[in-house]
Design a binder for this molecule. Structure first.
Ligand code: ZN
Length: 240
C-alpha cells in the first residue's frame, strides 16, 4: 500500500493543496508527523484536512502549544506570536483535535511515526552527531520523523550512520534502520522553497522524496494580513 507522508504543514493552505494535487493517484493513505498549525494563516483549513484525510498522526511541538498543552513562553518571539494568534483563530473543535493528538512514536503498518526523535518528541535530528548519540537505541527498521523541516534523513548500517541521498528513490534494505524525513510541507528550511513530502510504497520498499512549487507569495500575504511577523512570510519565498 502506498502512503503519503506529510509533516510540518504549519497552517499553510496553499502548500498543502499543491502537495495533495501533486500526489494525487500516488497513495492510498495519509500519515502526518505533526505540526499542523503554527506560523501559517490557515490553521483551521490544515487541521480540518487532517481530521478528514489522515489515518495516522502524531502531535508536534507547535500543536501542543497551539492547543494550550504547553506555555507559549517556550517559543522564540515569531513562533510565540504565531502560536498566540493561532490559539485565537482555531475553532473549539480544531483546538480539541490538536489537544488529543497522540505523542510519538506511534507504530503504524510496520513503521513508526515520530515528530522529533524516537527518544523524545521534542528533540531535533539534524546532524550525524545527533544520530551517533541514539543509534544503538533505534530498533524499528523504519521511522518517519519531522520537526527539522529538512528533507532527507539517516540510515544506520551495522552501527555506522549515513545520510540519505535525496537524488534517488530510497530503496530500503533489510538489516538497515532508517530514519526518514519527508521535509516540511508548509515551511521548508533547506533552501528550496517548494513544498516537501514523501511517498512510501511499502510493497516495493521504496521511499520517494518529492517537491512541488506553490504560491509562496499568496501564503505570505495572508501571514502579513493576519498581522503575523513579516519574517514568517518572507522565509517562505527563500525556503530558509
Ligand atoms: Zn515544525
Amino acid at each position: 500500500m502506498p502512503f503519503l507522508i506529510v509533516s510540518d504543514i504549519h497552517g499553510n493552505r496553499e502548500a498543502l493543496e499543491a502537495v495533495v494535487d501533486d500526489a494525487r493517484g500516488r497513495y492510498d493513505r495519509v500519515v502526518c508527523l505533526g505540526d499542523l498549525a503554527g506560523y501559517g494563516a490557515d490553521p483551521n483549513f490544515t487541521v480540518e484536512w487532517a481530521r478528514t484525510n489522515v489515518t495516522a498522526i502524531v502531535r508536534g511541538n507547535h500543536d501542543k502549544v497551539c492547543a494550550g498543552l504547553e506555555p507559549v513562553t517556550s517559543f522564540r518571539p515569531a513562533a510565540r506570536a504565531a502560536a498566540e494568534w493561532t490559539q485565537n483563530a482555531l475553532t473549539v473543535e480544531n483546538r480539541a483535535y490538536l489537544e488529543r493528538l497522540p505523542r510519538g512514536p506511534l507504530p503504524y503498518e510496520g513503521f513508526d511515526l515520530v515528530h522529533g526523535s524516537p527518544l523524545n518528541e521534542d528533540d531535533y535530528l539534524l546532524t550525524m552527531a545527533d544520530l551517533h548519540t541514539i543509534r544503538n537505541e533505534i530498533e524499528t527498521p523504519l521511522s518517519f520523523f519531522g520537526h527539522t523541516h529538512l528533507q532527507g534523513g539517516f540510515l544506520i548500517a551495522r552501527g555506522s550512520v549515513k545520510t540519505i541521498d535525496l537524488h534517488l528513490a530510497l530503496e530500503l534494505e533489510a538489516n538497515y534502520r532508517y530514519l526518514v524525513n519527508p521535509g516540511s510541507v508548509g515551511q521548508p528550511r533547506d533552501g528550496d522553497p517548494r513544498a516537501a513530502y514523501a511517498v512510501y510504497r511499502a510493497e516495493d520498499h521504496v521511499v520517494e522524496f518529492r517537491r512541488v512549487a506553490y504560491d509562496t507569495f499568496a501564503a505570505g500575504e495572508k501571514i502579513r494580513a493576519a498581522g503575523l511577523p513579516d519574517s514568517l512570510a518572507s522565509r517562505l519565498l527563500t525556503g530558509v
